[in-house]
Design a protein around this ligand. Structure first.
Ligand code: COA
Ligand code: AMP
Length: 636
């Protein structure tokens, strides 16, 4: 049996023994005596009686072990011209002081803190400071609009909001304070205080509940690490579901720390002292796991990059960073490489840098499409590894176990299930599918450590969204198959979630916004293929009877509305006004059919369709407006 197979089998057949061994990877205050137990609903809980603090494990512990002078963070910000290095000792001290400042504002164990910050070291300081106090952070990505922030504030009920005065997007400075003020105004729950990090690029005006970060920290005493239980929540991270209300994924502390530590060695193959660079954002799960927590837990240096893969200043940005900081393991989304390939098709800029330090390249956030895989594979002298995961799991479900036993790669496949994840493919009836048969990708219970502990204050939603479809299995929401060699191919979502530039968004939520416009009678928002961003949303809208306004003006209003309510990150820029939409006789809009037409695939007329002519109408409208590849679509 191969090393991978041996490890995988043991993790599935003897999960308690396997994860008891892995728990030794992290420093506990009190090691757990119970490794796995189940709650009343039958969900796995890991290390419930162990005591730890992830801030201690990632910072204080390393300082105590003599790593205090090693860089913990390299911050590099071409958009502001800033660069900074923070050692483990400096980071621990800054975190302890900021934790003291939060404590002065009344933040205690179990309280929530919403963080709305760009890619600056203080974002990590704020996250670790919450963890130090046992408070639960909820980071909201800067590209979300006030309404989205308000929804999260209302759900998480944070005592304090921590923000920066602005973000910098390319050459645009985006003031954050008006966004926060509007969000607090919209939310029925009101936080007690807001701490603002004033950045040079823009000074925010401070109001009644606002505190200046620097002034607050100056008068604060350092706070110690508060011991928490293995099962105590570390953070809530909201992610798009199929409705307008995002799901608050709750992450525990002990299981997460163990899973991340395990992954750094067996997947990413990095050792203490190595440099790890994940080009994501702290607002996404990749940022939480592989910018903030995992690298420091492992004693690595993390690169915090405030910039884009292109235009800041060019498509050589990632090569420069890899070379300058001697990065060993690099992680980003395929869309970033598609953007680079567009600007620099032969990667000539790569030749300007010595990237011999790089030992592996990891991609996730969306499927690594075969053309991008081949481009990278031909270009790079190191393994190009696609790995699949989601906000809910917090770490990879399937990967090439590069640090354990590298395997040959297959284009389009995320390789094999990671130890701990019993991945299976089920058909609609819940029966197992055979090799090469596509179905719902599920994970047999128990989910391994690190995965979601629930949906914040909503056990019913946790059950209905993930556990109800196939009892005994967690529903990933992705479709896919295993090939004859046991390689897993993830082919896309089976629900209303779409993936835009590696960012997860809900078409259902966009439909709610568009449908709320007074002139709209009915609408559908679908995700269509896009060569750069993977998918883009397109809205199809039927105006109310008697609508006599200008259709183009209506389309523009709807585009502006989604930008205002959800944010620019939704990339909602195409709307078509149509007379009718294809529906079943029971009134369900045939979204899959609309997607097929837009993507230029063959489409048949389903027997359940109510008004077959509606298909032709939509097809013609898409062709006329050059939406997607509709002009290539063919009725069969
Ligand atoms: N704050 C405010 N606005 C933001 C933002 C932020 N943090 N991040 C993005 N936006 C805005 C952008 O400025 C853009 O606005 P615009 O419509 O006015 O131009 C919009 O949101 C869409 O952003 P994005 O999809 O990122 O498009 P882009 O053209 O700026 O960049 C890529 C395209 C491919 C370069 C970029 O998406 C990228 O680097 N992706 C990597 C993916 C990634 O990190 N994924 C995380 C999971 S691994
Ligand atoms: P998020 O929760 O934002 O990380 O998005 C998770 C979703 O992104 C998954 O359910 C998949 O649909 C998609 N995804 C992420 N990584 C991959 C990958 N490597 N291959 C295929 N799909 C992926």
């Amino acid at each position: 049996m191969s090393m991978y197979q041996d490890e995988f089998r043991r993790s599935i057949d003897q999960p308690e023994a396997f994860w008891a061994d892995q728990a030794k990877r992290i420093p506990w205050f009190t090691p757990p005596s119970t490794i796995l137990e189940y709650d009343e609903a039958g969900h796995a809980r890991w290390y419930v009686d162990g005591e730890l603090n992830i801030c201690h494990a990632a910072l204080d512990h390393h300082v105590e072990q003599g790593r205090g002078g090693q860089p913990a963070i390299y911050w590099d910000s071409p958009v502001t011209g800033g660069k900074r290095t923070l050692t483990f000792a400096e980071m621990r001290d800054q975190v302890a002081r900021f934790a003291g400042a939060l404590k002065d504002l009344g933040v205690e164990k179990g309280d929530r803190v919403v963080i709305y910050m760009p890619m600056v070291p203080e974002a990590l300081v704020a996250m670790y400071a919450c963890a130090r106090l046992g408070a639960i952070h909820s980071v909201v990505f800067g590209g979300f609009a006030p309404h989205e922030l308000a929804v999260r504030i209302e759900d998480a009920e944070p005592k304090v909001v921590v923000a920066a005065s602005c973000g910098v997007e390319g050459d645009r400075v985006i003031p954050y304070k008006p966004i926060i003020d509007a969000a607090i105004e919209q939310s029925s729950y009101k936080p007690e205080a807001c701490v603002v990090l004033q950045r040079e690029q823009h000074a925010a005006e401070l109001g009644a509940i606002d505190h200046d970060w620097t002034a607050l920290v100056e008068k604060a005493a350092p706070a110690d690490c508060v011991p928490v239980k293995g099962s105590d929540p570390l953070y809530i991270l909201y992610t798009s579901g199929t409705t307008g209300k995002p799901k608050g994924v709750v992450r525990d502390t002990g299981g997460y720390a163990v899973a991340l530590a395990y992954s750094m060695e067996t997947i990413y193959d990095v050792a203490p002292g190595d440099v790890f660079f994940s080009a994501s954002d702290v607002g996404w799960v990749v940022g939480h796991s592989y910018i903030v927590y995992a690298p420091l837990l492992r004693g690595c240096t993390t690169v915090v990059y405030e910039g884009k893969p292109v235009k800041t200043p060019d498509a050589g940005a990632f090569w420069r960073l890899i070379s300058e900081y001697r990065v060993k393991s690099f992680f980003t989304a395929p869309t970033a490489f598609r953007a680079m390939k567009k600007e620099d098709p032969d990667a000539t800029l790569m030749g300007q840098y010595d990237i011999s330090c790089l030992k592996a390249l990891f991609l996730a956030g969306e499927r690594l499409d075969p053309p991008t895989f081949h481009w990278l594979d031909d270009l790079m002298q190191v393994p190009v590894i696609d790995h699949w995961w989601q906000t809910e799991t917090g770490w990879p479900i399937a990967a090439n176990m590069h640090g354990l036993e590298p395997m040959p790669t297959k284009a389009g496949s995320a390789t094999v299930p990671v130890p701990g994840f019993d991945v299976q493919i089920l058909d609609r009836q819940g029966e197992p599918s055979g090799p090469m048969e596509q179905g719902s990708v599920v994970i047999k219970q128990p989910l391994p450590p690190g995965c979601l502990a629930g949906v914040w204050r909503d056990p019913r939603r946790f059950h209905s969204a993930y556990m109800a479809a196939f009892p005994g299995y967690y529903l990933t929401g992705d479709g896919g198959y295993f090939d004859e060699d046991g390689y897993l191919f993830i082919m896309g979502r089976t629900d209303d979630v779409i993936n835009i530039a590696g960012h997860r968004l809900s078409t259902g939520e966009m439909e709610e916004v568009v449908g709320a416009h007074p002139a709209v009678a009915e609408c559908a928002v679908i995700g269509i293929h896009d060569a750069l961003k993977g998918q883009l949303p397109v809205g199809l809208v039927i105006p109310k009877d008697g609508f006599e306004g200008d259709e183009v003006a209506l389309e523009n209003e709807l585009i502006a509305l989604v930008r205002e309510k959800i944010g620019p990150i939704a990339c909602f820029k195409q709307v078509l006004v149509v007379d009718r939409l294809p529906k079943t006789r029971s009134g369900k809009i045939l979204r899959k059919l609309l997607r097929n037409i837009a993507d230029g695939q063959e489409f048949g007329v389903p027997s359940t369709i109510d008004d077959p002519a509606s298909l032709q109408d939509v097809h013609e409208a898409m062709m006329e407006r050059q939406v997607g590849a509709a002009h290539e679509a063919r009725q069969v």
